[in-house]
Design a protein around this ligand. Sequence first.
Ligand SMILES: [Ca+2]
Ligand SMILES: [Ca+2]
Length: 236
Amino acid sequence: MVFERVDLSVSDIRLTCTERHYQTRAFDCTSKVTVANAGPADAVHTLTTVTFGAPADCTVTPDTGQQQAHVLNAGTSATFTRAWAVACTEDRRHLLSTTAVITADEPHPEDTNRANDVRSIRWVPADVKPRSFPSSINAKKEGLIPVAILSTAEFDAVAEVDRTSLTFGATGLEQSFVRCGSPGEDVDDDGRADLVCQFDTAKTGLTCGMTTATLMDRTVDGRRFEGQDDSKLTGC
Ligand SMILES: [Ca+2]
Ligand SMILES: [Ca+2]
């Protein structure tokens, strides 16, 4: 049998969730996955399995991994989404996660780099302008936007967040970071210290009409995470 060399990968994965407050009603999450074929083999049949992780008090539908097939030519990529319905019984904020794994769905290709076949991201609750609701930001008057990364039973934001790599704004990739407060403060009164950081409004790419802001970062041990919150831009 002749093996064709190929490098399939999960080149990006994002996770957005609509959990915003303490609530026991259901919310939704969406995994957005990009898979790629770096070649040299062409027209490779691939199968990507996307899974979702939630704390034990949550019920997730569907409750098994979701699969997506693609035929990927060399040098091409494909992006797709998968939705999850989540219902949790404990009245608190939650740490959620998603993972994607790509494999060749035919016998001949031999992947030359297996390390990039799997990629994960976690979702942590973020609070734009903590202690104010709704999170209105006057783009003309407010030079800095405070954003809290909330600690949960599963995540200690003060200890785990890498404070050198935070990005925040319209897409989550904006280089708007200014500083984080130290020590942490408990902005949602759940007894756990949260991390409050400041971002330069002008660099966030947030403009009037946008309703959601995204924060992205990694933990001190290198694991990626993101979070969203509703925010209302005024004054622009
Ligand atoms: Ca690979
Ligand atoms: Ca807290």
